[in-house]
Ligand binder design. Structure first.
Ligand code: GLC
Length: 254
């Protein structure tokens, strides 16, 4: 049977290089045996994922979800690989960048993220220069709330705020991808560390919250009534490995 693992990258897989390399080798063996379909689900851009595989010890994925679930990529992975068109079109139908920007108007201290992280489907800023970042995030949420059929706010690490299409996010993107590939969504196990990973846990229930997770993710996971979240004792890749042993995806090693 093929297990499907969908993991965030930064702070979930990365953070402890030797633990990551051990996990990477285990992933590669399972993939070679046809027993694992590995999705990396990240806020990074595709070229940064490709660089990470070459230079940071990241495992080779079977699919990559970038920019917080607004872009889906299938192999072969290259810098000019286009995102999956069906997903892009579905999201474009509900998203206006101009409207998304309007939700951010007049928030004092707000700083827009660099251009590559602001795309036709993702409007992202930093709120850590605001006098009260939590209050600023709440204000943006309040403005977006009446338009929840088309937009969602993702708040992470007391710094990053994204306005995304309501139908996007990491959880929804994984679900779309898995069905598109003819795989079974019930096999998905997720792993993450910050607020932008919460939609994965909500969508699939089964997941690994690493020990270094931000409070917003821990809270979101605790609030899941039907969730079977494993709170790892170890941080980073060691925590992911620990959780995957818990779920029986990897064997315990003595
Ligand atoms: C990643 C993205 C950034 C986003 C953050 C939280 O760091 O690069 O654009 O705001 O995740 O979702």
């Amino acid at each position: 049977m093929t297990s499907i693992v969908a993991s965030d990258i930064d702070g979930t897989l990365t953070g402890d290089r030797s633990a990551l390399e051990r996990l990477r080798d285990r992933f590669h063996r399972r993939r070679a045996a046809g027993e694992l379909y590995l999705i990396m689900s990240t806020g990074r851009r595709l070229e940064q994922v490709i660089e990470g595989v070459a230079a940071e010890g990241l495992p080779e994925p079977d699919a990559v979800i970038c920019q917080v679930g607004t872009e889906i990529y299938l192999p072969p992975f290259a810098e000019d690989t286009p995102p999956m068109d069906a997903w892009r079109r579905r999201l474009l139908a509900q998203y206006s960048r101009r409207e998304a920007l309007a939700f951010l108007e007049g928030i004092e201290g707000l700083v827009m993220q660099p251009e590559p992280y602001n795309t036709e489907l993702k409007t992202s800023c930093y709120l850590d220069q605001c006098s009260d970042p939590e209050r600023a995030a709440t204000e943006v949420r309040r403005r977006v709330e009446p338009h929840a059929d088309r937009y969602q706010v993702v708040w992470s690490s007391a710094r990053d705020l994204d306005i995304l299409p309501a139908a996007s996010g990491k959880g929804r993107a994984i679900e779309f991808l898995v069905r598109h590939q003819g795989l079974d969504p019930r096999e998905v196990i997720v792993a993450g560390d910050t607020g932008n990973d919460a939609t994965m846990f909500r969508e699939f229930g089964r997941g690994v919250c690493v020990a270094n997770a931000q409070p917003e993710l821990v809270e979101a996971c605790r609030a899941l009534s039907n969730g079977r979240v494993y709170f790892a004792r170890q941080p980073y890749a060691a925590g992911v490995e620990e959780g995957l042993v818990h779920f029986g995806v990897l064997e315990a090693q003595l």
